[in-house]
Design a protein around this ligand. Structure first.
Ligand code: HEC
Length: 160
C-alpha cells in the first residue's frame, strides 16, 4: 500500500494549493510542461496502484513493515482481520478500489489538460476515497460517542 499509492498521493496533493511564504500566500501549481508531466506521472501511478488493489487476493499488510502503521492504536484492525473482511465480500473491497481509480483518473485528466483547479478537486476526491476504504477496513470500529446534553456540558464547565 504505502510503497506506490502513498508517495504518489502525497506528491499529487503537494503539487497544487496555497503556500505560506515570507512574502504572504502564494498559489502553488505546476507551471512548465515538465512540471505538469510529473503530476501526470503521479496520477498514473495512483491509477496503477488502484488497479493493483483490485487484483483478487491482493495481499494486505504485505509491505516492508513487519507491523502495520498505527498497529499500537487500540482497536486498529490487524492484517489478518482485514483479510477476513475482504474475503467475506471481495466485491465490496473492489468497489472501494474502483472509487480510488476513478479519482486518480480525474487527476490524470486534469494534469494532462494543465487544469490546476481540476487537480485540486481530484485531490479532494482521492482523499475521500482513501478515507472511505481505511475507515471500513483498517481503522478501529468505535461505537458512536454519547452526545452530552446541555446540562452535562454545563456541569463540565463548572467542575474544577
Ligand atoms: C480499497 C481500499 C483502500 C484504498 C482505496 C486505500 N487504502 Fe490505504 N490501506 C488499505 C488497507 C486495507 C490498509 C491496511 C493494510 C495494509 O497496509 O495493507 C491500508 C494502509 C495504508 C497505509 C499504511 C501502510 C502501512 O504500512 O502501515 C497508508 C500510508 C495508506 N494506506 C495510504 C493510502 C492512501 C494515501 C490512499 C489514497 C490515495 C489509500 N491508502 C487508499 C486499503 C486502502
Amino acid at each position: 500500500m504505502d510503497l506506490l499509492i502513498d508517495p504518489a498521493a502525497d506528491s499529487l496533493w503537494e503539487s497544487v494549493g496555497t503556500e505560506e511564504t515570507a512574502h504572504g500566500t502564494r498559489e502553488k501549481q505546476p507551471r512548465t510542461a515538465a512540471e505538469w508531466q510529473k503530476v501526470a506521472q503521479h496520477a498514473q501511478a495512483l491509477v496503477l496502484g488502484a488497479k493493483r488493489l483490485q487484483t483478487p487476493g491482493f495481499p494486505v499488510g504485505a509491505n516492508a513493515h513487519s507491523k502495520l502503521a498505527d498497529a499500537d492504536t487500540p482497536g486498529t484492525r490487524t492484517a489478518a482481520q482485514i483479510r477476513v473482511d475482504i474475503d467475506a465480500d471481495p466485491a465490496r473491497f473492489r468497489a472501494a478500489a474502483i472509487r480510488l481509480e476513478e479519482a486518480a483518473n480525474h487527476a490524470l485528466t486534469a494534469s494532462r489538460t494543465h487544469n490546476a483547479a481540476g487537480v485540486l478537486t481530484a485531490g479532494a476526491e482521492l482523499d475521500a476515497a482513501c478515507e472511505a476504504c481505511h475507515a471500513a477496513y483498517w481503522y478501529p470500529r468505535t461505537p458512536p460517542q454519547h452526545l452530552p446534553s446541555p446540562a452535562e456540558f454545563a456541569a463540565q464547565s463548572t467542575r474544577h
